[in-house]
Design a protein around this ligand. Structure first.
Ligand SMILES: NC(=O)c1ccc[n+]([C@@H]2O[C@H](COP(=O)([O-])OP(=O)(O)OC[C@H]3O[C@@H](n4cnc5c(N)ncnc54)[C@H](O)[C@@H]3O)[C@@H](O)[C@H]2O)c1
Length: 342
């Protein structure tokens, strides 16, 4: 059966939103009809480069254009407004992670989606990482035995909060990076987080006028009895070989697994530094975007066309945010915090 080409739009076309624009430009099942960004410089550039209609107001775009689905890649704390606008226009949405920076916002998005019978996907792209899929498949084998202990870190170099964008103080390494980890741990374990405790420091970024954490270490108690340590920092040194770092180690009754994001097949050297780019994340292959950063965007469209469940949906977005909120509560109170699911 031939599938209908879907008319799509992107809201928020900054550093990451452009990946959605590129994915839809190349996807044979999508027709990119419009891009919306508050910043006119960005929309002017996109209109020229992609020959697509652009808007600076999401409601105006939704009122005027014939759109089947919307990607939202606005800053972490500003997903709700465009998400609600798209939902109220009856459009399914793919929201960048985290779904929201409060569980209240996340719940509002999901309640409105239920009311308007609209589907919500969240871009937790690590669920498409080939190394992670490989490990998850092993975890599901009976001979692996139960997971006993897990460790995951995900860190960014300091340029990310200080130079890449201007909204770091409205987010945190927990929302920006930690939610990736919490989502992936839930996905690996096949169960929810029960309780968290966390410690963290605020010093380096605060001294630069950005009121957020430098680093957080959290312990997650899972429903299956496995404990995880999760570390997230936003202050890796500029000289680090990649913009980010990420490692996973999982000990099970009969097996152990390790993933190292510095080991993705390529090392590059020049007179200044060594680089270890991730060959599998987002690549430009003669202009065609590919990799596990692009796949979830195309998969969103595939799932809509085939009417099958999303790999990461709105509830996954909410669950990761509930953990993030509990981690922040533990950071502030110094107490263990149980995840509140009502
Ligand atoms: N999936 C990933 O691995 C990944 C990686 C990086 C960033 N992200 C996420 O993508 C989102 C965007 O991050 P970024 O680095 O591109 O930020 P950015 O600041 O570079 O871009 C955000 C853009 O949204 C625009 N914007 C803000 N409010 C808007 C609104 N109401 N309507 C239209 N446009 C609006 C801004 O003008 C800006 O151009 C964040 O939630 C971030 O966490 C995801």
């Amino acid at each position: 059966m031939k599938m209908k080409v879907m008319n799509v739009a992107v809201v928020g076309a900054g550093i990451y939103g452009i990946n959605h624009v590129n994915a839809y430009t190349w996807n044979p099942n999508t027709n990119l009809v419009a891009v919306c960004d508050l910043n006119k410089e960005i929309t002017d550039k996109i209109a020229k480069q992609y020959e697509v209609k652009t808007y600076n107001d999401v409601n105006e775009m939704l009122d005027k254009e014939d759109i089947d689905a919307v990607s939202i890649a606005t800053p972490d704390a500003f997903h709700m407004e465009p998400a609600l606008a798209a939902i109220r226009h009856g459009k399914p949405i793919l929201v960048e992670k985290p779904l929201a920076t409060t569980s209240e916002d996340a719940k509002k998005i999901l309640a409105e989606a239920e009311k308007y019978k609209v589907r919500v996907a969240v871009d937790y792209h690590k669920r498409w990482d080939p190394a992670a899929i490989n490990v998850r498949n092993e975890l599901q084998k009976a001979e692996t035995g139960a997971p006993v202990r897990g460790y995951m870190n995900m860190d960014d170099i300091i340029d990310v909060p200080t130079e890449w964008f201007g909204w770091a103080d409205k987010s945190s390494p927990v929302h920006f990076l930690g939610t990736h980890c919490y989502d992936q741990i839930r996905w690996y374990m096949g169960c929810e987080v029960e309780e968290v405790s966390a410690v963290g420091t605020k010093k380096v970024l605060k001294s630069k006028g950005i009121d957020t954490y430098d680093s957080i270490q959290a312990t997650l108690k899972m429903e299956n009895g496995c404990y995880w340590t999760v570390e997230n920092s936003w202050i890796l040194p500029k000289g680090f070989a990649k913009n980010n770092d990420g490692r996973t180690q999982i000990l099970c009754e009969n097996a152990m697994f390790r993933i190292d994001s510095q080991n993705r097949g390529v090392e590059m050297f020049n007179h200044e530094k060594q680089r270890t780019p991730n060959s599998y994340f987002i690549l430009n292959n003669c202009g065609r975007p590919s990799g596990f950063g692009i796949e979830p965007i195309n998969d969103f469209i595939y799932c809509l066309q085939k009417e099958i469940p999303f790999i990461a949906d709105g509830n996954d977005g909410l669950q990761a945010e509930l953990v993030a909120e509990a981690v922040h509560e533990s950071l502030e109170t110094g107490q263990k915090v149980r995840i509140k699911r009502d």
